[in-house]
Write a new protein. Structure first.
Lengths: 402, 471
């Protein structure tokens, strides 16, 4: 009897019709590496597999591979640095999870920033920390309504701090979530994923400029000017907008303001997005979605405020064609005013405060790095003066829209 | 952890380092065993307990089988193993599926039954290691093999990390003997093993994840109605994706084992050059198809009890094989279609036994096989029957309301990759990778290897799980 501790002989072909000469590589007698597989040995104990190594000078080949790979990677890195890219931390769900975890590990009373890309790029954590003494926790995601993340905070009794909630009308009132899976990811994050994030953000990302989703092979190829397929309009996809640090402090890439071609590209991207797409909801559906988002906000704000959390909505600055689009599709009275009235939470609309206006927004939607620093200081001043500071008084329960 | 992750790179470097230390062989095996448990625990530590249960049950069942004097006792030990393994698989993998179907049945009978939601996480690779451990007990029961001599070797057979979560599904007779003597890879094995790992990861990260998966997703995971071109390209893209994903995993696993000095069996032999479905299953997921043949098809009667019994055994095997892939009736349909194809082919072979196709007809039959395989992939990929029908209708050009879904780049990239893949399978149909590498100039091997590694680096894979982990 064959043994599991020794290789077995191939037994008789119990199901002989399985083996046919046209089927397997073993038929090729000229191939001296040809071998049988389990498919060729029905009904018997399978022997120890054969795993031949093809004859080649493998030592020299490996050295050549390492040298060539090093050259290619260096060339690729050099190409992207020549494009003004620099190393930065990848804005992954795992990175978000590290910040989210802080709330459950002693920072439950922190100020949390949650919103779309404007809160993400336009509020500079070092500036806020310098003024406040405490560094806020950044939980915003680009292209994403903050409501899911706010609901996650509302469900966490450990969070008893303050929430500054960014309102970007086309995200907030449409419920759009480009990066909406962070809560789910964090809850299911495996030890392997956690370790991978720690290794990557310490030993890879701080050193390689090309290690950015915007410069991935498929992304680069897909963005080439391929001829358009009749009937299929390819919308321009947002490009790299900024850089991220380990605690998710982020700022807009200088290229957006300094490179006219890149700035124009961003403006074309937005312009393209302002056009109605074939999958967009009808006006009636859009109105319904707006009301649903406001209803979600009412619930989540009530839950947070019942626990003593102070919620402050902030309509971050926009300009040019972006502002015109927002005013056209998400008029203030129907969205912002209705949101504050329904939730009873206070809000800051940049158009109501002179100190929050007049900043440089090269793509009409985000501030440059230096402007973001100036804006953060101004915003902090307004927040503390009118809402969260010692002289601000009791938070208004149902403020009138300013 | 997944092979395509930074965590695995560090893990594997540590394992290689430990394995090359001048330690006693038993100590090295213990290192490998502990490393394999860590590899598995990196997903979800508590599920290591399932591995232990599976290991211990089959270890004692095999011991009991050998000691049993009466046939009834042998049956009982065998049944213990089968029930324990299939019970575990059933609970974790099919619990919700069974419950959902029970609720549907009750509803059909007019009974409004609302059970609590069955919120169970599927342990990664449970289908693979339960089959591996069952093959151990079943081989002993069928008197094909005697039990392993010590628990360490057996536990390492079950847990050995290269094959643990997605195969190749190894038999004890293939791996346990390799643990008997000290093994360490030669320099050539180590380098070729690294080359195989690069090839496998190139398939997974670059071809499957970066290019093909999104093309399939845009059609299959959307609610848009696809026209013929979109439906076909998405399905062809999925055929390429699942091959590159799964064969990529197997190649990486084989390479990783070889780096440590162990041999693992072939799992794929250029399946898209198959001519006929019995040929396809001799080339696709070989270790599963041979497992199903040896432990299901043959015990069900195989081809030795008349035509009727053969067809029943064939169809039962393929239906259950389909269900093995996932707890959804779409997988059963996928298996059923393959069973049907195999049955028809068998009948045709009996009817035209003397027929020898010309080279042109041979190639045409191969393309027909590939086309019909693609029809089965629709059921494999679609999450629901309704979506599968929509895609199939699209492939037949019957979706009147269709509008273009895929952009030019998606169409071109999928066509180029899948075209090259199928052509490669045909060119390699009767060859082995090793023979082609041996004949190639060293400089060409070097450049191709470096380019694959470079593509892996710049593709920036997201560390997404291999498709077959869900099975």
């Amino acid at each position: 009897m064959p043994s599991s501790i020794s290789s077995s002989d191939s037994g008789g072909d119990a199901e002989g019709d399985h083996a046919r000469p046209d089927a397997a590589p073993r038929a090729n007698d000229r191939d001296r590496y040809a071998r049988e597989t389990a498919a060729d040995r029905p009904g018997v104990a399978q022997p120890v597999p054969v795993r031949p190594v093809p004859e080649q000078p493998w030592g020299k080949i490996l050295l050549g591979v390492m040298a060539l790979l090093a050259l290619l990677v260096a060339g690729w890195e050099s190409y992207w640095r020549g494009y003004d890219a620099k190393p930065g931390i990848r804005n992954t769900y795992a990175l978000w999870g590290i910040q989210r975890q802080r709330i459950d590990t002693g920072k439950g009373n922190a100020t949390v920033l949650v919103g779309g890309s404007r809160v993400y790029y336009d509020i500079q954590l070092p500036v806020w920390e310098r003024l406040d003494g405490q560094r806020p926790i950044q939980l915003s995601f680009e292209g994403t309504s903050p409501l899911t993340y706010l609901e996650d905070l509302a469900a966490d009794p450990k969070f008893v701090g303050r929430a500054l909630v960014g309102v970007e009308p086309d995200l907030f009132f449409s419920g759009f979530e480009y990066r909406g899976g962070a809560v789910r990811y964090t809850r299911k994050e495996s030890p392997s994923q956690y370790i991978g994030q720690q290794l990557s953000m310490r030993f890879i990302e701080p050193y390689l400029a090309f290690d950015d989703p915007d410069f991935a092979l498929n992304t680069v190829l897909e963005r080439q000017p391929w001829p358009e397929r009749p009937g299929k309009h390819v919308f321009l996809v947002p490009r790299k907008l900024g850089f991220h640090e380990a605690d998710r402090n982020s700022y807009v890439w200088d290229k957006v303001s300094d490179d006219p071609e890149y700035r124009d590209l961003w403006q074309r991207i937005w312009r393209d997005a302002f056009e109605p797409g074939p999958d967009d909801p009808t006006p009636a559906e859009a109105l319904k979605i707006e009301k649903e988002q406001i209803a979600r906000a009412v619930q989540v704000v009530a839950k947070l405020r019942a626990r003593g959390v102070r919620v402050l909505f902030v309509r971050m600055p926009s300009s040019g064609e972006y502002l015109a689009y927002e005013n056209r599709d998400f008029p203030r009275a129907r969205t912002w005013t209705a949101l504050l009235a329904a939730t009873g939470a206070p809000g800051i609309h940049f158009e109501d405060y002179p100190e929050l206006q007049g900043y440089l927004l090269p793509d009409w939607s985000h501030l440059t790095h230096s402007e973001a620093e100036r804006f953060t200081a101004a915003l902090y001043g307004v927040v503390m003066r009118d809402f969260w500071g010692p002289k601000a008084g009791v938070e208004p329960v149902a403020p009138a829209d300013r | 952890m997944v092979f395509n992750s930074l965590t695995f790179v560090v893990f594997f470097a540590c394992v290689l380092g430990l394995h090359s230390l001048p330690l006693p062989w038993t100590a090295k095996k213990i290192n490998l065993l502990v490393a394999s448990y860590l590899f598995y625990a990196a997903w979800n530590p508590p599920f290591v307990i399932l591995l232990w249960v599976s290991t211990v049950v089959d270890w004692y069942a095999a011991q009991g089988l050998v000691k049993a004097r009466r046939e009834a006792a042998r049956h009982a030990w065998m049944l213990l193993s089968v029930i324990a393994n299939l019970g575990m698989l059933g609970y974790f993998k099919y619990g919700q599926f069974l419950l959902d179907n029970f609720v549907t049945l009750m509803s059909a009978a007019g009974i409004d039954y609302h059970p609590a939601h069955y919120d169970i996480v599927l342990p990664v690779g449970i289908s693979f290691y339960t089959f591996a451990t069952m093959s151990y007990t079943l081989d002993v029961y069928l008197r094909r093999a005697s039990p392993a001599r010590n628990l360490l070797d057996y536990a390492l057979f079950v847990t050995f990390f290269p094959h643990l979560v997605a195969g190749p599904i190894m038999r004890p007779t293939e791996l346990v003997p390799q643990f008997a003597q000290p093994r360490r890879a030669t320099g050539e094995q180590l380098r070729f093993g690294l080359a195989l790992m690069t090839l496998g990861l190139f398939n997974k990260i670059v071809l499957a994840d970066s290019f093909l998966s999104t093309v399939a997703e845009r059609v299959y995971d959307s609610d848009k109605i696809p026209a013929a071109l979109d439906a076909w390209v998405a399905t062809l893209a999925f055929s390429g994706q699942i091959f590159c994903d799964f064969a990529g995993y197997s190649t990486t696993a084989i390479g990783a084992a070889l780096c440590l000095g162990f041999a693992m069996p072939d799992n794929f032999r250029f399946p898209y050059a198959a001519v006929g479905f019995s040929d396809f299953w001799r080339r696709w997921h070989i270790t599963l198809s041979s497992w199903l043949r040896d432990y299901l098809y043959i015990p069900l009667g195989g081809n030795r009890h008349g035509a009727r019994r053969t067809y029943i055994a064939l169809m039962s095997t393929m239906l259950l094989g389909g269900l093995w892939h996932g707890a959804n009736w779409t997988f059963v349909a996928w298996g059923g279609l393959h069973g049907l194809y195999l049955a028809v082919e068998r009948a045709l072979r009996a009817r035209f036994s003397g027929y020898r196709p010309s080279p042109l007809v041979f190639v045409l039959l191969g393309l027909l096989t590939y086309t019909l395989v693609n029809v089965t992939w629709v059921f494999f990929r679609a999450k629901t029957f309704s979506r599968a029908w929509i895609v199939l209708r699209g492939m037949a050009g019957q979706n009147a309301a269709a509008r273009p879904i895929l952009a030019t780049f998606s169409l071109l990239s999928a066509a180029a990759i899948v075209g090259a893949l199928v052509l490669t399978h045909w060119l390699m149909r009767a060859r082995t990778l090793e023979a082609v590498i041996a004949r190639a100039p060293a400089a060409a091997v070097c450049v191709v290897w470096a380019l694959m590694a470079f593509a892996i680096v710049i593709a920036q894979g997201s560390g997404s799980a291999f498709l077959y982990f869900q099975f």
